[in-house]
Design a protein around this ligand. Structure first.
Ligand SMILES: C[S@@+](CC[C@H](N)C(=O)[O-])C[C@H]1O[C@@H](n2cnc3c(N)ncnc32)[C@H](O)[C@@H]1O
Length: 345
């Protein structure tokens, strides 16, 4: 079989893998080992090569090569991904990279970069690869035990913070429960921005709380944030003024259709909201409907819940059934979509 016949039979990446490439700065080989061995579902047919850089690569050429490969692998942000990973390997800022394109890479740097880019080619989120995510102006440590904090959750923090600051101005020392704390992103952002508040960070996953502990320690908040393992509000030792919760709200049937970087890497416990996506909200409000559950929140206290875009009416109904006396408001995000439910009990 000649080269033209072979090319016509192979997908483009596989052809490039065995034929080399015009830039001469990267080398792909037909896959001999499983490049996504650590990842969950992976089909060799969907990504049939490993990738390596020329050993004399400099920053600029390595970035170009990685961007191209990450684009082919399906990243929506290949240039940014490549730059963030390179900045991580070199311990510099992204801006520094663009100012020093001719900086030669050492063998160790090349090898670390190749490993990270290959993992990103297998859809592993950049935040897990570099070990942190920016959230509310803070670097929050993350790993695969916790959901990567999302920009939309910053809106939840903003709304809670504005109420908490009002309570502080009124002379209170607010007690807050962050239920489903995960990485502790919400608890840490609140604690840093409202030093007068005290926060209980609750999660059913002790592995997640271990990550939250690292964030609490990183920001020196161990006097202000207490980590509590357990189910919903159960571990709370006293009534609180504010409950904030970003609970799992993806319907089970929607999980397989999520982007691979979410579906294959982020913890199901952080995403899976049961058949209709409302199971954890249901359990939360069932508990609040009992006198013992109701006693976990001070009279006049507030609950702030992040919800899925279609869930406003259903969560409002659950809240109204459990707390018939409460004021309930469904608030929209900057795109005008239902995103937060605020309940004054
Ligand atoms: C969507 S993640 C939110 C993580 C973090 N608060 C954030 O906003 O990035 C939901 C979290 O709720 C936790 N969780 C799920 N069910 C729970 C339950 N019944 N009680 C307490 N935590 C729960 C999960 O372990 C996960 O860490």
């Amino acid at each position: 079989m000649n080269a033209t016949q072979l090319k016509s039979l192979l997908p483009t990446p596989a052809w490039e893998a065995i034929s080399g490439n015009s830039e001469g700065q990267e080398r792909d080989q037909p896959m001999t080992t499983e490049p996504c061995a650590d990842a969950a579902p992976f089909s060799a047919a969907s990504f049939p090569f490993v990738w390596s850089l020329d050993r004399s690569s400099d920053v600029g050429r390595a970035l170009l090569a990685a961007t191209r490969r990450l684009r082919e692998a399906g990243s929506d942000t290949p240039q940014l991904d490549g730059a963030v990973l390179m900045a991580h390997v070199l311990g510099v800022s992204k801006t520094w990279l663009y100012a020093h394109p001719t900086r030669k890479l050492t063998e160790v740097e090349i090898s670390r970069y190749e490993t990270l880019v290959r993992r990103r080619m297998c859809h592993e989120p950049v935040a897990y690869l570099v070990g942190y995510k920016s959230f509310f102006g803070l670097d929050i440590t993350v790993d695969r035990q916790v959901l990567i904090p999302r920009p939309e959750t910053e809106l939840l923090v903003e709304r809670v913070l504005s109420y908490v600051k009002y309570l502080i101005r009124e002379g209170h020392t607010p007690r807050i429960a962050d239920v489903g704390a995960g990485s502790g992103a919400i608890a840490v952002a609140l604690a840093v921005n409202a030093p007068q508040a005290f926060i209980y960070a609750i999660d059913i996953s002790e592995d997640a709380l271990a990550v939250a502990a690292r964030n609490v320690w990183r920001y020196g908040l161990s006097e202000q944030v207490q980590l509590l393992p357990g189910n919903l509000l159960e571990p709370l030792p006293e009534p609180v003024d504010v409950v904030v919760a970003n609970l799992p709200y993806v319907a089970a049937a929607a999980l397989p259709g999520l982007p691979r970087q979410i579906r294959d890497y982020e913890p199901a416990l952080a995403l899976d909201g049961g058949t209709d996506g409302l199971a954890t909200f249901g359990a939360f409000f069932d508990a609040l409907a009992s006198p013992a559950g109701r006693a976990k929140i001070q009279p006049g206290g507030r609950i702030y819940l992040e919800i899925g875009l279609q869930q406003g009416p259903a969560v409002r109904a659950l809240a109204a059934r459990a707390l018939p006396e409460a004021d309930i408001e469904v608030q929209v995000d900057y795109a005008g979509l239902d995103r937060i439910v605020v309940i004054e009990v």
